[in-house]
Design a protein. Sequence first.
Length: 249
Amino acid sequence: MRKKIVAGNWKMNNDLAETEMFLVELKKQVFPENVVLMLAPPFTNLNHAFKSLREHNVEIAAQNMHQSNDGAFTGEISAKMLKSVGAKTVIVGHSERRAIFNEDNAVLAEKVNTALENEMTIIFCIGEELEDRKKENHFKLVKTQLEEGLFHVSNDSWESIIIAYEPVWAIGTGETASPEQAQEMHKFIRKTIAENYSKAIAEKVSILYGGSVKPDNAAEIFGQDDVDGGLIGGASLQVDSFMKIVNSF
Ligand code: PEP
């Protein structure tokens, strides 16, 4: 059985006091046993969140990392540093990193390697822009993102990989892919993994959907055969909406 996962990506939101307020509220909740919960606060709050949630079955993820293990990279954070503060998982290739910080498939492939070397779990994000979809180029683009960013990894590495399909036109826009559009792409991603690796590996990998998931649309999206959960931005900033989504399976 594939893991069901809901991961909250806070992006550049919540300072230490706001994080603490969220955590106090979160710890009052009852977490479903069949869902893995993850939270990706900003770097500055990773350790605080890790210590606070240690007893609560919520994993801590980082939103990004540098591809080098150390060195003269002012302002950057390494995998080793992330692990030392409790983040075992890292988001790689979020569309905002790709678009705003010019991270291309080649650099993302390096980040994947470094994360794996450091025994981290990766949430690898892929997804097309609206223009790609209008031109019906979305399957090809997603396939290229997989081939160039991820498909160099070994069979064993798939134990540490989660995919997040996030159509860029649906992120933070209030516009969601329909459940059918999400299912169609998730099925395609799984088929592509099966063709490049094996059916057994493809059947085991969790593929999350991201893009304006809210309490009122989560159940329908999560109900699709190949959707194993969500990467949640805006709606993960409030405990109430985050928990409603977590409880949508
Ligand atoms: C995201 O940041 O990965 C995301 C999906 O954001 P939102 O849920 O706000 O669209």
